[in-house]
Write a protein that binds this ligand. Structure first.
Ligand code: NAI
Ligand SMILES: C[C@@H](CO)CCC[C@@H](C)[C@H]1CC[C@H]2[C@@H]3[C@H](O)CC4=CC(=O)CC[C@]4(C)[C@H]3CC[C@]12C
Length: 342
């Protein structure tokens, strides 16, 4: 999107642990695209990649709520990695840093308090035990506290953090896994979450667009945007996590069975705990990481939606993709996956 929507772009550097063939497709236009294979936990690699950059968009992260990675690894990538990016900006004189934070920095909290169509100023007790939200909250704090630090050359570092709600769209692995789960169950999914529990979702293209826009406006309005957080939002409907997924998986042939959860919450939590026990027992032999675990069940059962226009007020953000367009693009992606089932 930077290549399509940022006319002043002269070079795009993509720094990632895993580079993919998709990068070759980007290298066909007038803008120089530099792919750098590297690890954000390695400060020297980050510094080398950042040197000479005008703006850094730091979106790398270990997104794991399924117990695949250790809490130490999650912390090392998400927190230490972010610290490395900040120090690289300071040492090399890069003045603008945008961080991809997350709704999870706020909630849902461990007490299951609902956050109903809240905004960046809504009071809410952010309390986390899980390594992922803790790491995102610590990383966001580092980024916001770094705002105003002097970078090499004496100018101030200008930072901000974007907080996407549940991202969906092309490449969404969880949506993909749920689709194949439904196919294995004869085209059916079984409701486990009450339809009344709203969970915020935002299309990946609109998240990308907000990053492009804030990276541009951060340079023009440093005093207003520096040190700020912005929820990522669009016109995706407020629905339960499962009902939202069915907006996409329904047209792909799946059916959600049950107008209300087929099992009581206590039984679902028992099954989630059983999954967690199995994961622990099997770990020496294999990685067992199902969707259902105590954390994901609690998350899915706690309302968390945002209603805000802070990004619009501060830097003129308007979603680039309508709900219909976002939905149709995602449906097309799911349909194109057929035949590539794992
Ligand atoms: N998926 C979601 O619903 C949401 C994601 N986010 C945030 O968005 C950002 C992108 O996440 P997704 O696109 O969902 O996940 P993703 O796993 O598709 O993207 C993460 C990227 O970071 C790279 N990466 C991981 N460890 C690295 C390391 N040590 N060094 C360099 N690169 C590394 C991965 O290779 C991958 O390309 C993350 O910071 C995540 O916390 C925020 C809110 C919602
Ligand atoms: C119990 C299952 C019955 O169908 C449903 C399980 C759904 C969960 C896998 C998801 C429910 C809420 C999701 C999280 C939410 O969208 C916020 C997130 C923000 C991020 O930064 C990363 C992803 C995630 C933690 C997301 C992960 C999947 C859910 C827990």
């Amino acid at each position: 999107m930077l290549l399509q929507r940022e006319p002043r772009l002269r070079e795009l550097r993509v720094f990632d642990l895993h580079l993919g063939p998709w990068l070759e497709e980007l290298q066909t236009g007038p803008v120089q695209v530099t792919a750098i294979q590297g690890d954000v936990t390695q400060a020297h690699e980050v510094t080398a990649a950042v040197a000479g950059a005008h703006v850094v968009i730091h979106t790398a992260g270990l997104v794991d709520v399924f117990g695949r990675a250790s809490s130490e690894t999650i912390h090392e990538v998400n927190v230490q990695g972010t610290q490395n990016v900040i120090e690289a900006c300071v040492q090399t004189g890069t003045q603008f840093l945008v961080y991809t934070s997350s709704m999870e920095v706020v909630g849902p909290n461990i007490k299951g308090h609902p956050f109903y169509r809240g905004n960046e100023d809504t009071p809410y007790e952010a309390a986390h035990r899980h390594p992922y939200p803790r790491s995102k909250a610590l990383a966001e704090q580092l980024v916001l506290e770094a705002n105003g630090r002097k970078v090499h050359g004496g100018l101030p570092l200008v930072t901000c953090a974007l907080r996407p709600t549940g991202i969906y769209g092309e490449g969404h692995q969880i949506m993909r896994d749920i689709y194949y789960q439904g196919q294995r169950l004869g085209g059916r999914l079984f409701r486990a979450i009450p339809a009344s529990v709203e969970h915020g979702r935002v299309y990946v293209g609109n998240v990308a667009w907000m990053h492009v826009l804030v990276a541009r406006e951060l340079q023009q309005q440093a005093a207003l945007l520096g040190g700020q957080v912005y929820f990522c939002y669009d016109s995706s409907p407020y629905k339960s996590y499962e009902d939202f997924n069915m907006e996409i998986l329904g047209p792909c042939g799946l059916r959600l069975v049950g107008a209300r959860p087929l099992l009581p919450y206590w039984l679902l939590m028992f099954l989630a705990l059983l999954n967690a026990l199995l994961q622990w027992l099997l770990r020496p032999l294999l990685l067992y990481a199902p969707l259902l675990n105590p954390y994901t069940l609690a998350m899915a059962n706690t309302t968390f939606t945002v209603s805000t226009n802070k990004a619009q007020r501060h830097f003129g953000y308007e979603p680039l993709f309508s709900w219909e367009d976002s939905r149709n693009r995602t449906i097309r992606w799911v349909r194109a996956m057929d035949g590539s089932a794992p």
